[in-house]
Ligand binder design. Structure first.
Ligand code: ZN
Length: 274
């Protein structure tokens, strides 16, 4: 079976050190944590940026520093978030991708509710972000919060704004969108093109069981403090701990984990010379 690509979502926009002291906030902290995560078996680092007060920001210079810190210490594929929690202006969301031309970026292909915010991504916004990624040679990870978003991603291919094979991330268990159930994961994974790859990002206590299911089903796994702050009930996790647990399960399942270069080949990513 194909090797498991482990993505670590290091920080997100919302977690703070008060919630979990291991959340990396500064570019340097992100670089140091990323190195531990590569050591533990991760292939992709999904990152958000924070300003000096720890608030989410779209400042491209902060993203540049994060990209530099991670690339100096690791060979990980850096995946920049283009999510809207740090700001809703489309060009500001696109700017870090345009400037850095990272190997990957996240692309949510529709609108839904977050617990405290409407996450608005019109066709116009999605197409603009996809176009910038295409121009930058950046592979999108299609963030799927509802099944209809798969169809929206396929429309991007039809419109020449994304190139197959596509890579999907099924986000499960966020209040306001699809539930984290085996049936939902089965339905989503069977609803994408045959040449596409997929990973699962399940929130909170669902991160572990959905990750185990994905490993059994031939998919890939995202873990990390953006989605889940705990290793087990009441015990704060570190990113590298969550990665190491998925690595052990992947090894015991006879799949093994993908190195960053394995992942580049599997996702059809051309390595960007640093
Ligand atoms: Zn994210």
């Amino acid at each position: 079976m194909n090797k498991v690509i482990i993505t670590v979502a290091l920080n997100g926009s919302l977690p703070t050190k008060e919630m979990n002291p291991h959340v990396p906030m500064t570019p340097r902290e992100l670089g140091v944590t990323a190195a531990k995560c590569q050591e533990s078996g991760a292939a992709i680092a999904h990152v958000h940026a924070r300003d000096s007060d720890g608030h989410p920001t779209l400042d491209p210079e902060v993203f540049e520093r994060i990209h530099a810190e991670i690339s100096a210490r690791t060979d990980l594929i850096v995946q920049i978030s283009t999510g809207a929690r740090a700001g809703t202006d489309t060009e500001e969301r696109a700017e870090p991708v345009r400037r850095i031309r990272p190997e990957m970026a996240s692309l949510t292909t529709g609108s839904m509710n977050f617990p405290n915010q409407v996450y608005s991504n019109s066709f116009e916004v999605v197409e603009r972000l996809a176009a910038v990624m295409k121009d930058s040679g950046t592979k999108p990870e299609m963030e799927i919060f509802e099944a209809g978003m798969i169809e929206n991603a396929l429309l991007l291919v039809k419109g020449g704004l994304a190139e197959p094979p596509l890579h999907f991330d099924f986000v499960l268990g966020s209040r306001g969108s699809q539930p984290a159930t085996a049936r939902q994961l089965m339905f989503l994974s069977e609803s994408i093109p045959g040449d596409a790859t997929w990973t699962v990002a399940a929130l909170g206590r669902w991160q572990l069981p959905m990750g185990i299911l994905a490993i059994g089903m031939g998919g890939h796994v995202r873990v990390g403090l953006e989605d889940n702050l705990y290793y087990r009930y009441g015990e704060p996790a570190s990113n590298e701990q969550l990665v190491a647990r998925m690595t052990r399960i992947s090894e015991e399942s006879e799949r093994g984990v993908a190195t960053p270069d394995n992942a580049r080949r599997m996702l059809n990513i051309q390595k960007v010379p640093q």
